[in-house]
Design a protein around this ligand. Structure first.
Ligand code: BG6
Ligand code: MG
Length: 226
């Protein structure tokens, strides 16, 4: 049998794994949705789970702007600041009660296996609350570097968060793989020149190199085949 040209190209060896937080390591995507819905309901409208998909991976203010557009509500900038702060208060109320039991299935096992096998681990999240979540869920110790919403100016699908993560470890993007549950995050990874593993549904994450339903479905071997 003739070998395909693809299989003759040497695979780049992955050195670092960059993890999104919300929806990949912990199920905070559900808490974001609850808090945003509560805010929308105070303005007498609601939005669907399908619309909520568009909020995954993007910043707090960008999320609010989308929601206000859906509700056909106009607000001034100071009012928007107030609304975003109110949503964050409700969100923080929920995440401050989180425990390690809320880490998604397979996450601790996969992070441990990567660490044991010498991969460097980076958190790449749009959230300004990532510090609290990592502490509450006891995940902080896994990471060699953390880049979060407090450190980036352009949120996903811009590649900044992941490029900063690679730069902190002095690594080239080509040796990095990103794990993401948001379409915007997969796009950010691809724009950064990294491999991307989608955690969720194939229909939504179709630009990823591989899509699985959760970290519990992944092994180190999968990284070698990307
Ligand atoms: C991302 C979430 O991780 O963080 C988005 O997917 C969220 O939905 C964004 O808007 C910002 O989060 P926070 O905690 O700073 O409001
Ligand atoms: Mg996410």
């Amino acid at each position: 049998m003739q070998e395909s040209i693809q299989s003759l190209v040497p695979k780049v060896q992955i050195k670092a794994c960059l993890f999104d937080l919300d929806g990949v390591l912990v199920d905070t995507a559900a808490y974001h949705y609850q808090a945003w819905r509560r805010l929308a309901q105070t303005m007498n409208f609601d939005f669907t789970e399908k619309q909520n998909e568009q909020l995954k991976g993007i910043s707090r203010m960008e999320s609010l702007n989308k929601i206000l557009t859906w509700g056909k509500v106009q607000k001034t900038e100071p009012e928007k600041e107030e609304l975003a702060a109110l949503k964050n208060t409700w969100y923080v109320e929920m995440i401050s009660k989180m425990t390690p039991a809320e880490v998604l299935p397979g996450a601790v096992e996969f992070l441990s296996a990567l660490h044991k096998n010498g991969y460097q681990l980076v958190l790449g999240s749009a959230s300004k609350n990532s510090g609290m979540i990592l502490d509450k869920t006891n995940l902080a110790h896994f990471f060699d570097a953390v880049v979060d919403g407090n450190m980036v100016t352009k949120s996903k699908p811009e590649p900044e968060v992941f490029l900063k993560g690679a730069a902190l470890l002095s690594l080239k993007p080509a040796v990095c793989v990103v794990f993401e549950d948001a379409a915007a995050g997969i796009e950010a990874a691809k724009r950064a020149g990294m491999k991307a593993v989608g955690i969720g549904k194939k229909e939504i994450l179709n630009k990823a190199d591989l899509v699985v339903s959760g970290l519990n479905k992944l092994t180190i071997k999968d990284l070698e085949n990307l």
